[in-house]
Design a protein around this ligand. Structure first.
Ligand code: GLA
Length: 514
């Protein structure tokens, strides 16, 4: 071969190699999720290394990292497995993804939940993770062992005789909370009329925690310069202050947890003047791998809260696993989550709300099912859908914990959160479970017996308006004296029943009095 031919061939090989490489997108680097995980609401990061079609690296949640095995990229499609041991038994789980421009769409490798496998794709952008998550990968094996107490019944703290009402920062503000935000929200709760309507708790969710000092006391981070002063501010407005923590070493967003510090933390919160604790499982699953340990883990904090003189509402959050409704009050819980995280979407909200009926019998004064905080006013559902959300939660005697920005509520959103007739159904002292009277196609009729009369809700889960009717005889009432449409604020003529057109994804809710 002469030199000229050799040079031509070398050029052709180089061209082909470059072409082949040009077809493999570069996905090496750090990719940060744009939204929280669909289950557990956690931050997630992929750290990827690429060699040809082979991908290595890790899939990280805020409280731990799982190595990627068998990662491969073909065209723009990416498949992988992770050795997952963050909670539950260690196992190999598979995930997949696709690179689209500067975005990775990944269905992460997560264990299936009670409601099925996690398949929703999340979007990731190149970047740097924030907060504790970035800097502090914890070595869980080096932690001291915490012994679980023998099971016993923690006595009732006397609180939450009716479902708690208030506000929580998570649904709208994620970890972006601060002293000034909380003060503004307390002011807005008063100014908007929510306090007068019965809302009282201002609850700070994940993101307030700092580090432990030399005495093991957990201090707030720089965004909360003085928790006692903040509690005084909130109390001076006739409201109460709540905090969030985890029984694991890390919260779901990667902040310091209460693992092994239950007593000292309970004392700290009581000294600050805290009135409510949401206690979220998160990284506890790395320590206690069997869901059957959950009751004892929650009892540990239930007992710690009992040892302090201040009374705190105890809100158990472990996504409804391990038949929690059956033991939560015994662990000292006043309320317990019954589902994975809610989202501001009709699909998620209605899937949670309409499936809660069978649990309703576990609720009663002092102990409530918690289908998660409200999304009313966060902008991704219609007002009809928000009315359905609020009506359902009220029928279920669920805690009414607003999750929107109270400082600038549209009049229609205020009308929902401040509807006193609907709030009265939620807070009815009898706390009788609702019943689904009928379900046909997309429509459902629910009834709840109240101290005085009945609440009747006609729900339309479909996408077209539905003509619906109910006869008073069906709910066992001969001739009611008054019938009020609680959303239309109208008194109706009782006749022998009600018939009306229910908007798509909407509700007509009636208060029927004998
Ligand atoms: C979990 C909880 C949420 C919220 C976040 C905070 O996902 O279920 O309600 O508290 O953690 O990180």
């Amino acid at each position: 071969m002469n030199d000229a031919l050799r040079a031509l061939l070398a050029g052709a090989v180089l061209f082909c190699t470059l072409r082949a490489h040009a077809q493999i997108p570069d996905i090496g680097g750090t990719w940060v999720a744009e939204q929280a995980t669909p289950v557990g609401g956690m931050e997630m990061v992929f750290r990827l290394k690429q060699a040809g079609v082979n991908i290595t690296g890790s899939q990280a949640l805020s409280f731990g990292t799982s190595p990627i095995v068998d990662g491969e990229l073909h065209g723009d499609q990416f498949s992988f497995s992770v050795q997952f041991d963050l909670f539950g038994p260690p196992r190999t789980l598979s995930g997949s993804g696709r690179i689209v421009g500067d975005t990775l769409l990944i269905s992460p490798a997560l264990p299936p939940t009670p409601s099925g496998p996690v398949t929703a794709a999340m979007t990731f952008k190149r970047g740097f993770p924030t907060g504790n998550f970035a800097v502090d990968p914890m070595d869980y094996r080096s932690l001291p062992t915490v012994l679980l107490p023998a099971l016993r019944a923690v006595s009732y703290n006397g609180l939450a005789k009716t479902p708690p009402m208030g506000w929580n920062s998570w649904n709208k503000f994620d970890v972006h909370v601060s002293d000034s935000l909380v003060r503004e929200m307390a002011d807005a709760m008063v100014a908007s009329g929510m306090k007068a309507a019965g809302y009282s708790y201002i609850n700070i969710d994940d993101g307030w925690q700092g580090a432990r000092n030399a005495h093991g006391v957990l201090e707030p981070n720089a965004k909360f310069p003085d928790m006692r002063a903040l509690a005084r501010y909130v109390h001076a407005r006739g409201l109460k202050l709540g905090l969030y923590a985890s029984p694991g070493p890390r919260s779901c967003a990667g902040y310091e947890g209460s693992y092994g510090h239950e007593d000292i933390d309970a004392r700290t919160w009581a000294a600050w003047g805290i009135d409510y604790l949401k206690y979220d499982w998160c990284s506890a699953g790395r320590i206690w791998r069997e869901d059957s340990d959950m009751r004892a883990v929650y009892q540990r904090m239930g007992e710690a809260l009992h040892r302090v003189t201040r009374r705190l509402v105890f809100s158990i959050c472990q996504y409804g696993r391990a038949s929690v409704a059956e033991w939560a009050p015994l662990a000292g819980g006043n309320l317990w989550r019954t589902s994975d995280d809610i989202k501001d979407s009709w699909e998620r909200m209605s899937a949670i709300g309409f499936s809660q009926g069978p649990l309703a019998r576990f609720a009663g004064p002092g102990h409530w099912n918690d289908p998660d905080m409200l999304e009313v006013g966060n902008g991704r559902m219609s007002n009809d859908e928000y009315r359905t959300h609020f009506s359902l939660w009220a029928l279920l005697a669920a805690p009414l914990i607003a999750g929107n920005d109270l400082r600038d509520m549209a009049p229609a959103i205020k009308d929902i959160l401040l509807n006193r007739e609907v709030i009265a159904v939620d807070q009815d002292p009898l706390a009788r479970p609702p019943e689904r009277l009928s379900a046909s196609g997309d429509t459902e009729i629910w009834v709840r017996t109240l101290r005085k009369g009945w609440a009747v809700a006609l729900f339309n889960r479909g996408t077209a308006a539905a003509d619906m009717s109910v006869k008073w005889a069906d709910i066992g009432v001969a001739a009611p004296r008054t019938v009020i449409d609680v959303w239309a604020h109208a008194e109706l003529s009782p006749a022998d029943g009600f018939a009306g057109t229910v908007p798509p994804h909407g509700v007509i809710m009636l208060r029927v009095e004998p």
